[in-house]
Design a protein around this ligand. Structure first.
Ligand code: 6GU
Length: 230
């Protein structure tokens, strides 16, 4: 998979060199390009924003540098998906991460200030698919941290990135429930014991206990995830 990121803060994305995604890049599973939006400005001050039509507080990102960035990074390619991180987008979920992990080319356009001139998305939609995506119902200063979270969630679902694909199956949200609690050695730690059933060797009992724990936790902290009959 190829992932391009356009931002005025390319240094935010240095952390993508480390850990799982860093190795995936070195292994050639993920091809990542981080691009400074200001390279597509032409004035002395490398201006990327201006005041909003209609008035109001804050600044809006100018369309021209974004237009040139998309020209340069999309060329005449037709199978890219342009993702605009914005609190006004559709919710980012594990199901959406799975869909995006099957794409061949994602381009994250990270806006700052009060967003990007709306004509950029409108124009991009004439040459690529465009998706405005939100991480959740709160406001970040820009799309960078949101893009990073999405790239991590998507990247680990690209085949080969996570060494043992079985570890992806039993995670929170994969079956619509939150994950059961996990334990390792020692058997007793600071007076706290690992639940007996997990040491029983009874695989059916372990599976039933984990399912009940997952259901209980989901009912308690995320009842909105459950259909009424669970
Ligand atoms: Cl995707 N962007 C910004 N700026 N804020 C957010 C968000 C995205 N998702 C939640 N808050």
């Amino acid at each position: 998979m190829r992932v391009d990121i356009v931002t005025i803060f390319p240094e935010f994305f240095g952390v993508l060199d480390v850990s799982l995604l860093g190795r995936a890049r070195r292994d050639g599973l993920l091809e990542l390009g981080v691009h400074d939006l200001r390279q597509w400005t032409h004035d002395r001050h490398r201006t990327v924003d201006d005041t909003p039509y209609g008035g109001g507080a804050g600044m809006v990102m100018k369309p021209e540098p974004w237009g040139e960035a998309l020209d340069a990074l999309l060329g005449d390619e037709t199978d890219a998906l342009v993702i605009l991180p914005t609190p006004a987008g559709v919710p980012f979920t594990q199901a959406l991460a799975r869909e995006l992990a099957a794409e061949s080319h994602l381009l994250f356009a990270c806006g700052r200030y009060e967003g990007i001139d709306a004509r950029v998305a409108e124009h991009a939609a004439t040459r690529a698919r465009v998706l405005e995506v939100s991480l959740g119902d709160y406001v970040l200063n820009g799309g960078e941290v949101a893009a990073m979270a999405m790239i991590e969630a998507i990247g680990r679902l690209v085949p080969g990135v996570v060494g043992n694909p079985e570890s992806l199956v039993e995670e929170s949200h994969e079956d619509g429930l939150l994950e059961h609690p996990s334990y390792t050695k020692p058997q007793v730690w600071r007076g706290l014991e690992v639940p007996e059933v997990l040491r029983s060797g009874n695989h059916a009992a372990v599976a039933a206990w984990r399912r009940e724990q997952a259901l209980e936790r989901t009912r308690r902290v995320r009842p909105d995830l459950l259909p009424d009959d669970r």
